[in-house]
Design a protein around this ligand. Structure first.
Ligand code: GDD
Ligand code: MN
Length: 402
């Protein structure tokens, strides 16, 4: 508006092309460096986004992962084990799960199973009870809650019900199957009294090389952190927890507290929360992959937002080497995805400002990389972390009940 108004006020006989040129000189040179600067900053942010995790991975792999465990592992150690299976409408899986556990090579007199069902409407609890009657050589108890308050509430009542001599509670999802020897393999880590929680490594269904790159990134980092001290990210698919630790420090019970929060809390309390390599579980993806991954991202985010403060508020917090791991992982989960987001927004802005080629280059390069599967897996994980944080801010309701 102002531009055309000024131009119109120019006398007819003056040299108008020159004036137009002067206007362009005034506008374009001042815009281009700004756009270039924005693209420049975006590229720097992009580097930070990718290089910090890459450097951390390399460091953790060479310094921590390749070292031996600093905990003694006693293959002959046989503690009393309670397997805890939370269920909600799992008629398809419950019997197969119980059969799978009954096939474990672990002394029956050291094994109890607790199914904790939250008012399933599909007879899950009755199926579990019938299975127990038909298989008296495995000690199975079924706790039936009258209302569904979520997995966390269910686990808490199962923990209350652990046998008085229980030494390790193995919490496991109903839809995963153990490879033979899983319980025995988990048991040996508890010979060392500093070990609080043990989680399994993740096995993926396909052995496509690209997928194994991402799997290795995830698993190697988790195990490396565990060798150093503890890893703050665990999977509820399989978590073996020292019963004494449950009885002394307990688990965090804030809404949304889950597998990773259990692990981090125990690590803050001075226990080792580890992921091991000799136990791997393959989990079938059920239902919508999108909502499952989003919910997991929300749980991981809540862990990093709340667990350290929570541990302090409960007076269990002790400063250890875990704090360094926690700080880096907090950054990777809470900050790093937003750095990528900022970089993308800045490139978009520079295009709007008319930077043309300068903005297009990182855009084309970044999009071309999407052809690579591990890169795609990484980018989608970043998106889940971004959406997860936003969703936590808006509503955490679904996270609370599951
Ligand atoms: N008792 C009880 N009550 N059990 C429940 C409830 C509930 O309200 N909700 C879910 N469960 C049980 C399921 O029956 C299953 O055995 C287990 O909890 C996991 O449920 P899934 O439906 O398979 O959850 P997921 O695979 O999407 O979630 C995964 O990530 C979560 C972390 O965000 C699992 O590994 C979960 O264990 C983990 O908590
Ligand atoms: Mn599942």
């Amino acid at each position: 508006m102002r531009l055309s108004g000024n131009l119109r006020s120019v006398p007819i006989n003056s040299n108008s092309p020159n004036i137009v040129l002067r206007w362009r000189d005034a506008l374009v040179p001042s815009l281009t460096p700004t756009a270039e600067l924005i693209v420049g900053v975006a590229v720097v942010l992009g580097f930070v986004h990718f290089f910090v995790p890459a450097i951390y991975y390399e460091y953790a792999k060479t310094r921590w992962y390749r070292k031996a465990w600093t905990i003694t592992i006693d293959e002959s150690y046989q503690p009393r084990i309670s397997v805890v299976i939370p269920t909600y409408n799992e008629r398809e899986f419950i019997e197969g799960k119980l059969t799978n556990i009954s096939e474990e090579d672990f002394p029956r007199n050291l094994l109890e199973v607790i199914v904790v069902d939250s008012a399933s409407t599909d007879n899950t609890a009755a199926l579990a009870e019938a299975w127990a009657r038909d298989n008296p050589n495995l000690f199975v108890r079924v706790i039936s809650e009258s209302v569904r308050k979520g997995k966390l509430t269910a686990l808490l009542s199962a923990f209350e019900a652990l046998g008085p001599l229980s030494e390790v509670a193995i919490v496991t999802d109903v839809d995963v199957r153990f490879q033979k020897g899983t319980i025995r393999k988990a048991a040996k880590y508890f010979a060392n009294s500093s070990v609080g929680i043990v989680t399994a490594s993740l096995a993926y269904s396909s052995d496509v090389p690209a997928e194994s790159i991402y799997r290795d990134y995830y698993n190697v980092l988790r195990v490396a952190e565990s060798r150093k001290h503890s890893t703050p990210i665990h999977s509820g698919v399989f978590q073996a927890i020292r019963t004494r630790a449950l009885r002394t420090v307990g688990v965090p019970v804030f809404p949304g507290s889950d597998d990773s929060a259990f692990a981090s809390y125990m690590a803050f309390a001075g226990y080792r929360s580890i992921q091991v390599e000799d136990i791997a579980v393959k989990e079938p993806m059920r239902g919508s992959q999108f909502s499952t991954k989003l919910r997991r991202a929300q749980h991981v985010i809540l862990n990093f937002l709340l667990t350290k403060k929570y541990a302090r508020s409960k007076n269990v917090y002790r400063r250890t080497e875990f704090d360094t791991i926690w700080t880096i992982e907090s950054w990777l989960v809470l900050v790093n995805p937003w750095i990528l987001m900022a970089a993308l927004l800045m490139v978009a802005l520079s295009l709007l400002l008319g930077s043309g080629e300068v903005g297009i280059i990182p855009l084309v390069f970044g999009s071309a990389l999407l052809l690579l599967k591990p890169y795609r897996a990484w980018m989608s994980q970043q998106l889940y972390l971004i959406m997860g944080l936003l969703r936590n801010l808006i509503t955490a309701k679904e996270v609370w009940t599951k």
